[in-house]
Ligand binder design. Sequence first.
Ligand SMILES: Cc1ncc(COP(=O)(O)O)c(C=O)c1O
Length: 167
Amino acid sequence: MKVIRTSADLAINGAPPAFDEPLHVGRPNIGDRQAFLDRVSRVLDNQWLTNNGPMVQEFEQRIAAHLGVKHCVAMCNGTIALEIAIRALGLEGEVIIPSWTFVATAHALYWQGITPVFADIDPATHNLDPAAVRRMITPRTTGIIGVHLWGAPHPSTNCRPSPTSMA
Ligand SMILES: Cc1ncc(COP(=O)(O)O)c(C=O)c1O
């Protein structure tokens, strides 16, 4: 295994690559392809692609039932979902996020005029380290965004990971 000691050891800086093929962080679980394509066909057959169509309504109801919550509002992507949640919660100033997450966690805050503050992670779980979070809290802190990395619930919650917060 190649050991990275400095940034000069990285392939992006001209060093030999550590792997023969690109190694992506994760691969989506595709599930039942035919069932998915059948549903896509139904969307096309309906000729109703926007504005709260029947498939969106069914999706929202089934996700709400699965998560045991009253409401579910489908969003076009995770970044917009985060931005809307940030606005709905009235966050401002500084918000603490894990130092290891997808960059959209920071983007969503930044685009809402909020300073993302990176707290260290627990090397065992790769999720936010609660002690590190405590050290980053200032009078400007209005929130903490935990990320359930690898689908493992963040230690400060008892809830199941939500689809938008699973990396
Ligand atoms: C933790 C986390 N937040 C936000 C996002 C952004 O989601 P999207 O690419 O759907 O905007 C991702 C995407 O991988 C993510 O892993």
